[in-house]
Design a protein around this ligand. Structure first.
Ligand code: CUA
Length: 143
């Protein structure tokens, strides 16, 4: 009898978690990182305005810097970040935006974020990658 209750309860909890994930990714439009097929072109950094207020940024991580290191965009911009690494695994973290991705050599991770508020957003590597790890950071200037 108790076993049955435990099974029903845990099953219920599982579906709650499952729906929470679905809810977050679809209804609230919280950006979940996605993995896209690898292509060499992503190893060349670029900042491109593909439409009004819509940017595509190819961000390349390497020991111990990001390329580009400084990005300037107007407030209200939506940015698609395509992230890769050309040596070891690095991290990419923008504290204010709750963005957290890994930069993995040979793979591209993508996340979309909107920058409403003007300001300076620091991004850092949060994956230990060697002696220069703590200096590995960059800036997004939103005007
Ligand atoms: Cu790159 Cu830590």
């Amino acid at each position: 009898k108790y076993e049955l209750r435990a099974i029903v309860l845990s099953g219920g909890l599982l579906s709650v978690f499952f729906f929470a994930v679905l809810y977050n990714s679809y209804s609230r439009k919280i950006d979940m990182p996605t993995c896209i097929p690898f292509d060499k072109t992503f190893e060349e950094s670029k900042v491109k305005e593909i439409d009004k207020g819509l940017y595509e940024i190819y961000l390349v991580a390497r020991m111990w810097t990001f390329d580009p290191e400084e990005i300037e965009i107007p407030a209200g911009s939506t940015v698609d970040f395509y992230l890769t690494s050309i040596d070891v695994v690095h991290g990419f973290h923008i504290n204010e935006k709750g963005v957290n991705m890994m930069a993995v050599p040979g793979s591209i991770n993508k996340i979309t974020t909107r920058f409403e508020q003007p300001g300076i957003y620091r991004f850092v590597c949060n994956e230990f990658c060697g002696t220069g790890h703590q200096n590995m950071a960059g800036t997004i200037i939103v005007k």
